[in-house]
Write a protein that binds this ligand. Sequence first.
Ligand SMILES: Nc1ncnc2c1ncn2[C@@H]1O[C@H](COP(=O)(O)OP(=O)(O)OP(=O)(O)O)[C@@H](O)[C@H]1O
Ligand SMILES: O=P(O)(O)OC[C@H]1O[C@](O)(CO)[C@@H](O)[C@@H]1O
Ligand SMILES: [Mg+2]
Length: 469
Amino acid sequence: MAGTSPETTDPTLTQSSHKPFSYRPFNLQKLPHLSDYLPDVKSYTNPLENNSYYRPTDGFYLTDADIVLRQIIIDLSGTFPPSAPFSAYHRAGPRQQIFFDPSSVRAAIVTCGGLCPGMNTVIRELVVGLWEMYGVRKIYGVVAGYRGFYSREPIELNPKLVHNWHKRGGTVLETSRGGFNLEKIVDSIQNHCFNQLYIIGGDGTMRGAVKIFNEIHRRKLNIAVAGIPKTVDNDIGIIDKSFGFQTAVEMAQQAINAAHVEAESAVNGVGLVKLMGRSTGHIALHSTLSSRDVDCCLIPETEFFLEGKGGLFEFLEKRLKENGHAVVVVAEGAGQDMIPRSEAQKEERDESGNPVFLDVGAWLKSELKNWWSRDHPNELFTIKLIDPTYMIRAVPANATDNLYCTLLAHSAIHGVMAGYTGFVCGPINGNYAYIPLEEVAKAKNEVNVKDHKWAWVRSVTNQPDFVRR
Ligand SMILES: Nc1ncnc2c1ncn2[C@@H]1O[C@H](COP(=O)(O)OP(=O)(O)OP(=O)(O)O)[C@@H](O)[C@H]1O
Ligand SMILES: O=P(O)(O)OC[C@H]1O[C@](O)(CO)[C@@H](O)[C@@H]1O
Ligand SMILES: [Mg+2]
């Protein structure tokens, strides 16, 4: 159960009792396990064995031999096997042997960072899953993010209390930014005798979770740490997509529809929609592709400009002439370098240290108005800015995201009960896997403006590439 070695040279599948499978050209990512630093940690038979609802059949339990490949698209005309081996991860799911006696488990759940549809579903399913599948009875909610570990009393959770939480937006446990004090957090975890941590949050939260995991490891504590990636921006790497993202894209359609109606109903009407996306434009991109009413999509990953040949003004002028209206979607992180700001504004950070952005929607609206009145002083022009910001992330998860949240929560529980620690669970190519926390904390998921998806956006909108020629 301990580690897996990527160094095995034999290209055939090999197995021994302590060194599980490794298969070239796949590099099976090492998953930390409590037994790595606690050699005497005891194992138990999984209680699902006797759970009348599950009746484990052949193949029900997964072993370390079950892996998920990160790269499933291969160009055989290139070098094969590739010079750098593909990453592979352990599949998520129940293990026959577990490393916690359910009656001694004290699980803690915390939510950190901004809101995202589905946070309450994950909490609910962690509570219900721990309770029903493994018979855990001591489950606590840490209130208000990382700072809550040392500044608030945890609340005890049970299935009855959380039964309808999945129907509510936000997080009943509350969340916050900042307040990360490693010593205080780990001291408090020890004082409360928590031995399982379920940390729900975005990229910043995962970086904090790595530090907590390392400190727990350093103190040699019998505490397993699981990260559950949450980000409405979909900016966490390796996993297919984050929960709540699809719900947010769906909500954004309402704003785009309204912008389209306003623009269509005016003379030279422009509907401008500002959507979330701090450093990634996934919400803007996916909303544009699903809507088909969008004439131009602006995201942080690619620059744009206003004046001159190939610029936004020239493009909109053409569109207004052709169609009488236009819809522009802009991600909040786009065009930040173009917005004038004071020295103080340049330095501004939120409690977590993230740069505070200026309002690209208001800025763009004003630039477009000025341009039109300068170049077409005698022609009507209307611009309506719709900024649904928090509306797209404060809603409950849709059915697809609710299902996704449930599978994530159950994957996390199975992994922790099996003694894995310092991992994140998430879907890779549609299959749930355990990924080392450290790897997730480093990985970014930006829109690749060189790939087919962005080309698709450009073919749907026919917007310029904003390259000065
Ligand atoms: N490098 C870091 N080390 C330790 N803690 C961190 C780090 N970065 C962020 N955190 C902590 O993680 C928590 C959440 O971080 P942040 O506000 O950046 O949100 P996030 O998890 O990235 O979610 P999102 O950006 O999707 O809203 C905060 O309490 C913050 O103090
Ligand atoms: O106003 P808050 O709660 O700090 O969050 C705003 C940020 O959170 C996110 O929703 C997620 O990081 C970003 O899109 C946005 O910039
Ligand atoms: Mg973040």
